[in-house]
Write a protein of this length. Structure first.
Length: 319
């Protein structure tokens, strides 16, 4: 059932205007053309919204006109959409478009770059990359065969055919490398060493970690380093890697005011398992409530650590 063309055009135009107003692609306006061209509704033929403590399913084939209109307008809102729920838990989603635009700009692609995406999701992000760089330059990987199959179908419906691979994202995808850029759309607890080995020297890796976005420059197969961006980021965790114990299990007795701070929660996530939460609070207060950009990550041989201000300084934590 095709959506109303007038309503569709209005919704797509409104989304592009909203992303533009956010300033997301100010530093690389070429992404505007990709978001204008790629039809998001084809990548979310159905999605879930919170309802009564659970989820309500909205879909494009609903016989009720009002619910179909609600689905279409929702598909073009600047908001994340839950696309796959299993046993009451969210396992896949379509990210907020303005955040996707910010991440794509920060990825800093150039013509001819080969890009590996970790976390296929709906396929929408891979389509945006393929529109900019061409199908042959984009590979997207996901552990779940149901997710990769639906992403492949969505991409084909929209006219894009990048490589869609079912596999463990922590292992990358060496057969399509080497890569100039790697972007993850799921939260990491550390940077998989296999990714570095599949990158060209000077490659850029952009990934959610803790509740931030780390931008790493790869020196060689064993070394990479970079700082966190200002932007907060909340994504579904990467499956296939080692899971980190949630910091929520260890925050008893911490003051509520500190726990309400997004920046302090970022520090707790980043140092979980390495720094006692009360020590983290003392550090955070002593260092003047440091912003994300003061933190970074270094990978060197078998070691990987997070740091504040200086990778060789006094404040470092193993990942």
């Amino acid at each position: 059932m095709e959506p109303d063309p007038v309503l569709l055009a209005e919704a797509r135009t409104a989304l592009v205007r909203e992303i533009e107003a956010s300033g997301a692609w100010r530093d690389d306006p070429a992404w505007r053309a990709a978001f204008t061209a790629v039809p998001r509704h084809l990548f979310v033929p159905y999605y879930y919204v919170g309802a009564g403590g659970g989820y309500e399913r909205l879909w494009g084939e609903d016989p009720d006109d009002r619910r179909r209109t609600r689905w279409l307008r929702g598909a073009y809102t600047d908001a994340p959409l839950a696309t796959r729920v299993r046993d009451g838990d969210l396992v896949s989603s379509s990210s907020q478009p303005s955040l996707m635009a910010k991440m794509l700009v920060e990825l800093d692609v150039r013509e001819g770059d080969r890009v590996l995406e970790i976390g296929a999701g709906t396929g929408y992000n891979a389509a945006l990359l393929a529109h900019r760089l061409g199908d042959d330059h984009v590979t997207t990987v996901d552990l779940d065969p149901e997710i990769t199959e639906s992403a492949r179908q969505h991409l084909a419906a929209a006219g894009y055919r990048p490589a869609v691979v079912t596999g463990d994202g922590t292992a990358g995808c060496p057969e399509h490398g080497p890569y100039d850029r790697i972007i993850a759309t799921c939260t990491l607890s550390s940077v998989p060493r296999a990714w570095l080995a599949q990158c060209r020297p000077g490659a850029r890796i952009l990934a959610p970690l803790a509740t931030g976005l780390i931008a790493l420059t790869v020196r060689d197969a064993a070394h990479a380093e970079g700082r966190f961006l200002h932007t907060p980021a909340y994504f579904v965790p990467l499956r296939g890697g080692d899971a980190r114990t949630p910091y929520e299990q260890h925050i008893g007795g911490l003051p509520r005011r500190a726990l309400q701070s997004d920046l302090f929660r970022f520090l707790l996530e980043l140092t979980a398992g390495s720094l006692d939460p009360h020590e983290a609070l003392a550090l955070w207060q002593r260092e003047g409530r440091p912003v994300r950009e003061r933190f970074g990550i270094t990978a060197s041989g078998p070691y990987e650590w997070a740091w504040l201000d200086d990778p060789e300084g006094p404040y470092v934590w193993p990942l």
